[in-house]
Design a protein around this ligand. Sequence first.
Ligand code: FES
Length: 946
Amino acid sequence: MSLIHEIDYGTPASRAGTTVRLTIDGREVEVPEGTSIMRAATEAGGSIPKLCATDMLDAFGSCRLCLVEVEGRNGTPASCTTPVADGMVVRTQTPRLQKLRRGVMELYISDHPLDCLTCAANGDCELQDMAGAVGLRDVRYGYQGENHLGAAKDSSTPYFTYDPSKCIVCSRCVRACEEVQGTFALTIEDRGFGSRVAAGMGETFFDSECVSCGACVQACPTATLMETAVIEKGLPERSVVTTCAYCGVGCTFKAEMRGEDLIRMVPYKDGKANRGHSCVKGRFAWGYATHRERILNPMLRERITDPWREVSWDEAIAHVAREFRRIQGKYGRVSVGGITSSRCTNEETFLVQKLVRAGFGNNNVDTCARVCHSPTGYGLKTTFGTSAGTQDFDSVEDSDVILVIGANPTDGHPVFGSRMKKRLRQGAQLIVIDPRRIDLVRTPHVQAAHHLPLRPGTNVAVLTALAHVVVTEGLVDEAFVRARCDLDSFQAWADFVAAPQNAPEAVADATGVDPLALRAAARLYATGGNAAIYYGLGVTEHSQGSTTVMAIANLAMATGNIGRKGVGVNPLRGQNNVQGACDMGSFPHEMSGYRHVADDATRAMFEELWGTTLDREPGLRIPNMLDAAVSGSFKGLYIQGEDILQSDPNTAHVAAGLAAMECVVVQDLFLNETANYAHVFLPGSTFLEKDGTFTNAERRIQRVRRVMTPRSGKADWEITLDIAHAMGYAMTYSHPSEIMDEIARVTPTFTGVSYDRLEQLGSIQWPCNAAAPEGTPVMHMQGFVRGQGRFMITEYVPTDERTGPRFPLLLTTGRILSQYNVGAQTRRTENSRWHEEDVLEIHPHDAEQRGVRDGDLVKLQSRAGATTLKATITDRVAPGVVYTTFHHPMTQANVVTTDYSDWATNCPEYKVTAVQVSPSNGPTDWQTRYDDHGRQSRRIAADAAE
Ligand code: FES
């Protein structure tokens, strides 16, 4: 394995326009106009020494190592910044150039520690390589005079070290922070000999704006910025290309190993979702995989108040099968069910739903997408005909207007957030619709054209008002609507949105949005060129979540912003495999590929393949399972990779439902909160221990490759297989690739997908079938999947969750960059140093009214429950709105959220809760039941069981 960073080219060629012919070292080469000499030389098979150039960054021309001679020109221009010209004759390897390069390199080395043999980067250092490439043998200057060898290291961040004694001030780290990440945290301080890389204003890396994405480490050509793991354990020896298991961006990484130790995760340049970039989670926060709290052996207990007893796999599996059969014998076929996870692979998810439908004999299977993006599935299927986003991530590069609603890409989807920021720096215009002033509203060199800070719960009113402006001001793309959409539905919709009650002025009181700003935003979206909408859980997790998704689809269709690059409707999926979990048939009413269980032909196909009879009645959703448990008819639940006690709304109700069951089986990495109510714990595997596929937010199916053997002895898919066998329903697969073969057989949008094809293409965006053998980057190009796009009436219905004298504030929730969902993984890494606890953001006015000071402990009370946490006073939130994250079990925002939910899908209304905030003297009762590690004590389980 080459450990040399893949940096080669210098100025990326302008691929548009004409080509030019030139001669390089006697060889004729034809390249596009605008190509740099360095790139042309590479394409001609040559290689020019370089240090400051990389193919991830714009050419800079500072190191002067890439000098060349051009016939007819004076001097020796830098080949990385000099474009080719027709008829040019270039020489790259003359004695004069070699002497010049040796001289440049000698100066670098004379101020660089000569400790190559003991340096952590020995063998992975471009400076070392280039010294060899230019033939430098001796350094004449020694360490005479001033140098930087004694410069102090900065080890403030947990994941990498900055050692300025090794810095050649090539500025690659600074440019990576600016061009790739878009944070602008690094600068070159001072000038001349005193110039040095600095984070912030004389701060440490940790205290600066640096977000530890790793782009600077990746860009560094020496050991100046180096992963701490490499310094401590040595350079890796082998690598495996795999897919990150955090958010829905789906970054591709090289997992670099030394023996059985994972040394580092290096973002993969050929990864089509991330294009060589990463965030602090995927790049560095993988230590949970070997955390001491991983459970590695199956465990059983008769009652949830008993201590756990470690058992063999055979005993655990036999117990699960026996219990589920006993329960079904006593309470009926539909008394058990399963929950799949968006954290797991497509293959694992497919097997769980197959176990439930074919093995349990009912459709009681649901997935955690129930609580996040189920409205996306409903809304986009209703309007466009397919339950998925329309674009690939590359599409953003063709956008002129970007509308972000209910999403916070720089925290929730940071790698795509960086690409979005790059496009915005290039001139695209931004509209943000969010109750909170997210970072994107104003970030270095990016300023939103419009931020509409709406009151939580009024998305539909705002979107319908935007549509009102489009229709009443004549901004509809009539040609598109006539050619592509159902005209009856359009006319009914246009009449509806044009009504006076939907005007921006009419909804201003309810939404809190300035009508003039709303009108301006609507005009920009409709007339600003290619306009793309990106949205997140701030859209879906509402009582009108599905309506909001349809309002977004309406707006895109009415303005013709669908069916080509640069436009579209793009749900930013929260978890790594939300899209896949939905695709695989995890919902109780749908088989894989979103086909209803009541469809006889679909069922017949599965019945023939699976050799069993399938139920035509949709099964129970998660909230219905819990209701049925409380009422006594639902008794057994198999939960793979999901912590419903922490992630589902109204924690007390979830606890009551779980406590009422007779066999709860939790398959996970750690003893999560739900495991407090489990009778069986089956140890799961991390993504590093498994083969399979994830499907990201752009419908991109990507391989997950096993980097290390499963620490518990079994991969997750094997556990499900064993349960099925033990229950008497045999499934036969010897490898996850065979599960994918079955998925492809039964799912029309996957018929062209196989592991072999994924190896050939790298990744595939579904639909992939005979009509689209290489997949589909942009959907609905020629026509909508459902034929004609369907406009839906989106009447604004205020949520039943109202503010009033007792609960006058509205709570909304979100994520922070360093943590991930309920924090089961990230809290077990050094990422917790950035976010040790969830805090409550409150506007200065509301804080003053309540006598709350910054940092005070406050009680957050709703109709559902109460929690305490620290207050942060900020004007990022408007008066009347408070905000918190949900990463720590010690605060559990979902104790406060209600069980109101989306009318169509039951997706919980996490984003709107009426609350009161008051000073607090200490934690609530239930919070005192947590141990020092934030784990709930067994006591709460006992309480719930009584
Ligand atoms: Fe061209 Fe550094 S690589 S000047």
